[in-house]
Every structure is written in structure tokens, then in C-alpha cells.
Design a protein around this ligand. Structure first.
Ligand SMILES: Cc1cc2nc3c(=O)[nH]c(=O)nc-3n(C[C@H](O)[C@H](O)[C@H](O)COP(=O)(O)OP(=O)(O)OC[C@H]3O[C@@H](n4cnc5c(N)ncnc54)[C@H](O)[C@@H]3O)c2cc1C
Length: 329
């Protein structure tokens, strides 16, 4: 058995999630995981291979014409062929926008089990014990997965902690370059263009030092102005959980979480947010998390440094009043 890790292109070079996955895979006993092999498609990693030293034993670098580089159908064919030819093995991907598409596509082509959004993994002689959220993150399910013949596992951000090279891990990574095959080009989808998401005059919440983040507990969009004012008075920005976007109360550019933005402010004030894993994945690295929720058992309190069991609709106007008094010269 081998462990393959898809190295997703990232503006940061090697994405923290890729390093987290590689660190986690390396902690599996070598007899169970086999060699750790990265797969990178295109030139985005050229010159940065040494950053993977100690995390991966080998890197397979596949050539791709630039016009095909963002077509997930093509990429899924490449991953399928590489794992089929070099495997059997387990393909690990990040549970990212791209990983959500690639995982099931590759798993179906390979005919192996696919487990998405894994938040915990344990390994035994007989297979893997995988933990993943269900019902929008309200519950977790544990699955025993037979790994014979391979599997595809997409891993949630933060499920494994990133570590440097493990003791004894080799420093350099050997790169095995595979040429492009025309057979991969016969896709049914064609990328017509790539447009960077426009903030359309909105602030960039990833740049904020203070975020006042509202959840479904807001109750009504009429309650937004007071939350906005709190954010402004604190010199921060307003952000939100996904239901707030789904309800049309704030634009998607304000959403924090696995399908939204990843934020790391100094202070993250979570107002009426329950703290499901899909939300936490986008803000759990914030320096100080303060949560206000009227449910004392809300999971957000497990992560928060400071917690207040209160109704936000009563607490925030009062807090705002006190801030105003202090700010008045
Ligand atoms: C594939 C997928 C991707 C997802 N991506 C994301 C994502 O990127 N970001 C995200 O946020 N979610 C995401 N979700 C949804 C996620 O699983 C949760 O459903 C969501 O985060 C819950 O949002 P919430 O905490 O605002 O709402 P709820 O879970 O409904 O919680 C509302 C909270 O408000 C509290 N409350 C209610 N009224 C008050 C009050 N007056 N004062 C104080 N507290 C109050 C309640 O006690 C409760 O804890 C995703 C789901 C899926 C399936």
C-alpha cells in the first residue's frame, strides 16, 4: 500500500492543508501507510519541492498544458491514472472547493471507497477508522473503511496538525516527472475563462484584526445594523456563518468557514453562532475567540477563550451603549 497526497495549487506555495495532511499521514505507522508520495500537476510547485522534504518521500510531477490546468475533469483523470499505475494506494486530498469535486470523481473512476470531509482518522491493521461530520456538522459518524485496493479520503482543514519534518524523515524529495498524455484531454467540460471573485466594494474580511461574526442567532436582518455598528466601533469588520448568507442577509464575501473564507483575526467575536465544524474550519486559528450564545451547551464554547451565555439581541445594544460612552470625549 502507498499513500498519495494531491498537492493542490495554492497562492501560498504549499498550502497549510497539504502540509497538515502530509504530517498526519507520516504519523501513520510506515508498515501501514507505505511510502508517502505527493502528486503535483503543472508547474506551480517547481522550485519549492524542498519544502516537502521530510514530509513526502517522492513527488510525482505531471505535465499539463496551461489551458487544461484548471479543468477538474482533466485533473481527476490524471490522478486516477497515476494512482492506478503506481498504486494500489490511498489518495488523500484536502476537503477544499477543488477536493470536493476531485475526490468523488477519482474514487468513482478507481472503484474504491470515497470518504469526504474527514475530521479524524485512526489506522489499524484492518483499515481506517474515519470520523466525519453529518447533518451539517450537528453530529459525527465513525466509519470503518477497508483499505484493501485503495480509497480516497478528503481531509478537513485542521483535522491533523502541521508538523515539520519528522525524525528520520528524509530531507530531499525525489521528483519523478510524468509527461502529458493526450488521452487526458478528452473531457466533456471546457474551462471558458477564470474570473477572480470581485469583492464589489465589500471589505476583505481576511484582512481584519477584529471580526464581529453573526450567525443564525441574529434572528432577523433588522438586527444587522447594531452588529455592524459594534464592528465599526471596535475598528473591525462584520462577517458571518453560512446560514446568514443563504438567507440573503449578508453577501458570500462575508462568509467564514469551509466553503467561505479562512480568517485569522486577533479577535473573533462569534454572536449567535453554534460552532459547527464547517464554520470552525474557517476561524479556529483566530488568536482570541469570544462567543456569545444563549445556549450554554453550544459547541462554540469548546473553542472560545471567553464565553458569555446571553441573548445577543440584549447584550450587543447594551455593550454598544457602554462603548459609545467610553468613546465620547
Ligand atoms: C458542505 C457544507 C459546507 C458548509 N460550509 C459552511 C461554511 O463555510 N460556513 C458556515 O458557517 N457553515 C457552513 N456550513 C453549514 C454548517 O454546517 C452549519 O449549519 C452552520 O455553520 C450553522 O450556522 P449557525 O451557527 O449560524 O446556525 P445554527 O447552527 O442554527 O446556530 C445558531 C446559534 O445561535 C444561537 N442563538 C439563537 N438565538 C440567539 C440569541 N438571540 N442570542 C444568542 N444566541 C442565539 C443558538 O443557540 C445556536 O447555537 C456548511 C455545511 C455543509 C454541508
Amino acid at each position: 500500500m502507498k499513500s498519495f497526497i494531491y498537492v493542490e495549487p495554492s497562492e501560498e506555495g504549499i498550502a497549510p492543508l497539504t502540509k497538515q495532511i502530509a504530517s498526519g499521514v507520516r504519523r501513520i505507522p510506515p508498515g501501514l501507510r507505505g511510502p508517502v508520495i505527493g502528486i503535483t500537476i503543472g508547474d506551480h510547485l517547481d522550485g519549492k519541492e524542498s519544502e516537502l522534504g521530510g514530509l513526502m518521500d517522492e513527488l510525482i510531477r505531471v505535465d499539463i498544458p496551461s489551458a487544461k490546468g484548471s479543468n477538474n475533469e482533466v485533473i481527476s483523470k490524471i490522478l486516477t491514472d497515476v494512482v492506478r499505475e503506481q498504486g494500489p494506494g490511498i489518495l488523500f486530498l484536502g476537503f477544499t472547493h477543488q477536493g470536493m469535486e476531485l475526490g468523488p470523481a477519482v474514487g468513482r473512476r478507481l472503484g474504491v471507497p470515497v470518504i469526504t470531509n474527514c475530521s479524524g482518522l485512526d489506522w489499524t491493521e484492518r483499515g481506517a477508522l474515519v470520523r466525519r461530520p453529518i447533518q451539517g456538522g450537528k453530529h459525527f459518524i465513525s466509519l470503518a473503511v477497508t483499505l484493501e485496493g485503495g480509497a480516497v479520503l478528503s481531509v478537513q482543514k485542521g483535522a491533523w496538525k502541521e508538523e515539520g519534518a519528522t525524525e528520520g524523515g528524509q530531507r530531499s524529495v525525489s521528483v519523478n516527472r510524468l509527461p502529458w498524455k493526450d488521452a487526458w484531454a478528452e473531457e466533456k467540460t471546457e474551462v471558458l475563462g477564470i474570473k477572480e471573485e470581485s469583492l464589489e466594494g465589500e471589505e476583505d474580511i481576511t484582512k481584519a484584526d477584529i471580526l464581529v461574526s453573526v450567525g443564525r442567532g441574529l434572528g432577523d436582518p433588522e438586527n444587522l445594523p447594531v452588529m455592524r455598528e459594534l464592528a465599526e466601533r471596535l475598528g473591525g469588520m462584520i462577517s458571518c456563518s453560512r446560514p446568514v448568507v443563504d438567507l440573503g442577509w449578508l453577501p458570500a464575501t462575508r462568509q467564514v468557514g469551509i466553503s467561505g473564507r479562512t480568517v485569522t483575526p486577533v479577535i473573533y467575536l462569534a454572536l449567535g453562532i453554534s460552532g459547527q465544524t464547517n464554520h470552525l474550519a474557517g476561524m479556529d486559528a483566530s488568536r482570541i475567540i469570544i462567543a456569545v450564545n444563549k445556549d450554554p451547551l453550544a459547541p462554540i464554547f469548546n473553542l472560545a477563550k471567553y464565553g458569555v451565555v446571553e441573548d445577543i439581541l440584549e447584550l450587543v445594544p447594551e455593550l454598544l451603549e457602554q462603548i459609545k460612552q467610553r468613546q465620547t470625549p
